[in-house]
Structure formats: structure tokens, C-alpha cells
Ligand binder design. Structure first.
Ligand code: TYD
Length: 203
């Protein structure tokens, strides 16, 4: 599937500040590029269903079913929003993508191979960034903000999967424990560097 734009994915633990960082990145990039900032679970039909069911413990589904729903949402999101934006040469920033499924559903016990298989039809991003915040920090923030609390153990397991992909060179790590403005500058600098390397895509 040929694409004309650039597809960037931002990943991180819940409470890692990745949504704030994705928004700051959008603001900086939008001076020189046409940008679409989007997220998964998406606002499409399947994503909306996931958002409605995911946050409440009593509505949770078996992990396999959740993985299949996330994969189905990804395909719907790709056809309805991501691909049309790339077709008109936009730079798409997606807050969470396949690595979220690998990290969350993988650390919940599913095989990474199976998760890759059910996501095989999802468009390959040009590059994916992991905003790395220590699980202890994330737990502190979540307790302040969220009704659903993830345990420290879960966050550590999720982070381990992300770090595996950093080691393999599939995810680029940004230190998220630095002050917000510093993380934003580092992220922007990293993305500009990666954009320079992405052939034929200059502001
Ligand atoms: P998100 O909306 O990014 O939450 P937040 O903005 O608070 O970080 O994601 C909601 C939850 O969905 C989050 O706990 C991670 C989970 N998730 C998966 O488990 N697998 C996936 O493939 C995706 C996209 C999200």
C-alpha cells in the first residue's frame, strides 16, 4: 500500500504524558506540515465500543477478544482516517498503535506472534516512538487522576515489552522522566531528524 504522507506513532504507559506530548508535537509540526493527530482506540465505531467497555472492570472481555477488537478498530481507523490523511500527504501522528497491543495484551499473556498475525493488515508506521516514564511515577500520576488503577506490576510488565522493541530498534526511546518542556523539545528534535531521513518528505 503506497503512501504519500508520513505515519508517526507515539507509545507509552497510561499516565506517561504521551497524549500531552503528542499534542505539543502536533503544535510544533503544524507550522511546517499538514498534520493529523489521532489516537487508538479510535473515535470510529469499534473504537467507541472499546472506550465504552474498556474502562470499567465489570465490562472487561476475555483478553483474546480485546486484542481482536483493538486489531479490528485499527483496520477501521486505518481506512476511515489514517490512510485518507496519508493520501493527501499529511503527517499523521497516532497516539498508540500495534505496539500498545503487543505491550498490553502481550503482557496479559497473549503470544506476541499471534498479536502480530491479527495486526498483519495494519499499515506499517514510518517510525514509532516510546515515551519512557518509570512505572512508579506513572502509578503516582494515575492514582491522582484515574478511577481505574493499574498495578505497579502490570505497568512494569507492559514497559518490559516496550523496551524489548526499543532494543530491537523498532521503537525509538525518549526519556519521559525529564520535565515536560524538555521531553517535548527532545521529541521534536528526534522527529525532525527522522523526517529528514524519510526520503522525499521535507517541509
Ligand atoms: P488511552 O486512551 O491511550 O488511555 P490514556 O490516554 O489514558 O493513556 O488507552 C486506553 C487503554 O487502552 C490503555 O490502558 C491502553 C489500552 N490499549 C490496549 O490495551 N491495547 C491497544 O491496542 C490499545 C490501542 C490500547
Amino acid at each position: 500500500m503506497g503512501k504519500k504522507g508520513i505515519f508517526i506513532v507515539i507509545e507509552g504507559l497510561d499516565g506517561s504524558g504521551k497524549t500531552t506530548q503528542a499534542t505539543l508535537l502536533e503544535k510544533k509540526l503544524e507550522k511546517n506540515y499538514k498534520v493529523l493527530l489521532t489516537a487508538e482506540p479510535s473515535r470510529c465505531k469499534i473504537g467507541t465500543f472499546i472506550r465504552e467497555s474498556y474502562l470499567y472492570e465489570d465490562k472487561r472481555l476475555p483478553t483474546e477478544a480485546e486484542a481482536l477488537l483493538f486489531a479490528a478498530d485499527r483496520i477501521e481507523h486505518m481506512y476511515k482516517e489514517v490512510k485518507p490523511a496519508l493520501d493527501v500527504e499529511k503527517l499523521v501522528i497516532c497516539d498508540r498503535y500495534v505496539y500498545s497491543s503487543l505491550a498490553y495484551q502481550g503482557s496479559a499473556g497473549l503470544s506476541l506472534e499471534w498479536i502480530k498475525t491479527i495486526n498483519a493488515r495494519a499499515l506499517q508506521p514510518d517510525f514509532s516512538i516510546f515515551i519512557d516514564v518509570s512505572p512508579e511515577r506513572v502509578i503516582e500520576r494515575l492514582q491522582r487522576k484515574k478511577s481505574v488503577m493499574e498495578t505497579l506490576e502490570t505497568q512494569k510488565k507492559v514497559r518490559e515489552v516496550y523496551l524489548k522493541f526499543v532494543e530491537k530498534g523498532e521503537l525509538v526511546r525518549i526519556d519521559g522522566d525529564k520535565p515536560k518542556g524538555v521531553v517535548a523539545e527532545n521529541l521534536y528534535a528526534k522527529v525532525l531528524g527522522l523526517l529528514k531521513d524519510a526520503k522525499g518528505f521535507v517541509a
